[in-house]
Write a protein that binds this ligand. Sequence first.
Ligand code: ZN
Length: 267
Amino acid sequence: MPRVAAEILCVRSLTAAIALGLLACSPREERATHTTATQELSTGWIDVSAALDPAKTPVYEGDAPMKFDFLREIRKGDIVTLSAYSMGAHSGTHIDAPMHFVADGAPIDQVELERLIGAARVIDIPDSVRAIDAAELSRHDWKGAKRVLFRTRASLRGWMDSVAFHRDFAYIAPDAAQLLADGGVVLVGVDYLSSEEFGATAPRTHQILLGRGIPIVEGMDLRAVEAGDYDLIVLPLEVRGHEGAPARAIMRKSSGDPATPNGATDS
Ligand SMILES: [Zn+2]
């Protein structure tokens, strides 16, 4: 076995041991309940990530395809199971760092964790709405929220869990992006593969948000949550020097105290 494979095997065994250890330490009542697409733990944390699955996960038109290969497989007689992945940085649930559309913007490994962990508000956008513009934004209670996540037609239609790419997703119009940035929002999230209108002549929404250092979480699966206040943790892979990375995102209902949601500290 090549040294790297042996090392990976060792790390994997360690990870498995840690996972087992966590399971062993969990209280009896700590069990997972399954919703249609996401998991809600008894602790209230809800997985709002889209699974990376070439058969189920949509890819933005023209972006790199997802490829997941087994290099070795125990089920085929190898001593180890070992995979190689290839995909675009903006696959599934992912985060755009400023570098995506801003010259000299921060890469994904330099996005502050403080932005990615803390209070978030889910805003319900009706199925009929494609443009989340200033007028649409004014119909919702978002002011004062640190992190704003838009639950749109994509969640209502389960689009992050179906391989076809839809051009008519709801997007954040530049005038709304400006209001969010001016309103002190530290992170914005959407439930389809881009926050920008498909075919927009210029990437103004990205430029406005990323230009203010506001990371954009795209491709969240918000089917299992409703409008309201939550704690959010969304952590991208720490890929050095690149403009984006896939991420895992979990949320739980806020305890209602905006200063210390569920005891968590916030920026
Ligand atoms: Zn992106």
